[in-house]
Design a protein around this ligand. Structure first.
Ligand SMILES: Cc1cc2nc3c(=O)[nH]c(=O)nc-3n(C[C@H](O)[C@H](O)[C@H](O)COP(=O)(O)OP(=O)(O)OC[C@H]3O[C@@H](n4cnc5c(N)ncnc54)[C@H](O)[C@@H]3O)c2cc1C
Length: 308
């Protein structure tokens, strides 16, 4: 069994920023990268809101972050964390290849997984018009026909956001009424740039092999299908935080995210959380990276106090 001072779980913006800070603080961190090295930004094309980069491909941005962490001394293991024992010290971890580790401090940055519709064409046109983040990609679709799928607060927010770029926004919602808060619904209902299709589901995403062009939709009451034009479709049907393996040992919020008790600390001292795994509000690369930095600084302080 290997003993580590600091293990960081994940390899998205939160984990890699934590690794950069922890390496510079000479904590010699070990990263368990998980099944999606680089995290969610690996599934997108252009990122235009990362300060200092006017426009950069998501995978390139993540490769840059990884290279920087590696150059500073971070060690990487292409393995998934499968089991944690956090009610003891040092904490014990088991990885997918049955490796066992103990660690004095742990930073959890396992992110979240966007929920998908799993309908035909979704995978083919993923990042080619079909995406999950209007706030991230919206500016690429000025004057275009946009579809937002969902009926909660995120769908309302994304629809309103898209009206800054186009007056052709359609919300497709499976139910007869939205589930969003009253104030957010009203903003959408009052906006002439937004058309609402209730009791409607997406049957298929259609395109020209290069990009999304149309969506086949079905009225759930009449069963009638029709095709509408769409240059981009944003799924706003929720994100699932990757917290299953911590359930029962760390406190979770009602949405299933890790609860942060004191800045980045979780319900157990010495275990810190950063990024989308603990954030149900901002869900951006830059906010994840920022909290990754905070988690590394908190872990550094915790480890320094442990020594005394
Ligand atoms: C299509 C799309 C486009 C986006 N565009 C933008 C954008 O333009 N700008 C922006 O700011 N944000 C954008 N976002 C949001 C941004 O990607 C996320 O907010 C950000 O990636 C969250 O970072 P994170 O480090 O918390 O986690 P994630 O990026 O979700 O990474 C999680 C990491 O944890 C690892 N992991 C999970 N479980 C385990 C485990 N058990 N063991 C080990 N590792 C594990 C995974 O392998 C992965 O590396 C976009 C998101 C999507 C889906």
């Amino acid at each position: 069994m290997n003993h580590e001072r600091l293990i960081i779980v994940g390899s998205g913006p939160a984990a890699l920023t934590a690794a950069i800070y922890a390496s510079r603080a000479r904590l010699n961190p070990l990263i368990l990268e998980g099944e999606t090295p680089g995290g969610q930004l690996m599934s997108t094309t252009l990122v235009e809101n990362w300060p200092g980069e006017r426009s950069i491909l998501g995978p390139q941005l993540m490769m840059n972050m990884r290279a920087q962490a590696h150059q500073l001394g971070t060690r990487f293991l292409l393995e998934k964390l499968t089991k944690v024992e956090l009610l003891q010290k040092p904490f014990a971890l088991t990885s997918s290849k049955n490796k066992r580790f103990t660690t004095d401090a742990l930073i959890i940055a396992t992110g979240a997984t966007p929920k998908k519709l799993n309908c035909p064409g979704e995978q083919k046109y993923w990042a080619k018009g079909v995406s999950t983040c209007a706030v991230c990609d919206g500016a690429l679709y000025k004057g275009k026909k946009i579809v937002i799928i969902g009926g909660g607060d995120t769908a309302m927010e994304e629809a309103s956001f898209m009206t800054h770029f186009t007056d052709q926004v359609t919300i497709i919602h499976i139910l007869d009424a939205f589930t969003a808060s009253a104030a957010m619904q009203q903003r959408v209902l009052d906006d002439r740039k937004i058309t609402i299709l209730y009791a409607t589901v997406v049957k298929e995403f259609v395109g020209n092999n290069e990009h999304l062009t149309n969506i086949v939709i079905q009225d759930t009451k009449t069963g009638i299908c029709r095709t509408i034009e769409a240059h981009a479709a944003f799924l706003a049907i929720g994100l699932k935080p990757n917290t299953e393996i911590f359930d029962g040992q760390l406190k979770l919020t009602s949405s299933g995210h890790l609860q942060q008790i004191n800045y980045t600390q979780t319900s157990i001292e010495g275990v810190f959380a950063a990024g989308d795994v603990a954030d149900n509000r901002y869900r951006q690369a830059i906010t994840s990276a920022g909290v990754g930095c905070m988690a590394a600084l908190d872990a550094e302080r915790y480890l320094a106090n442990c020594k005394k």
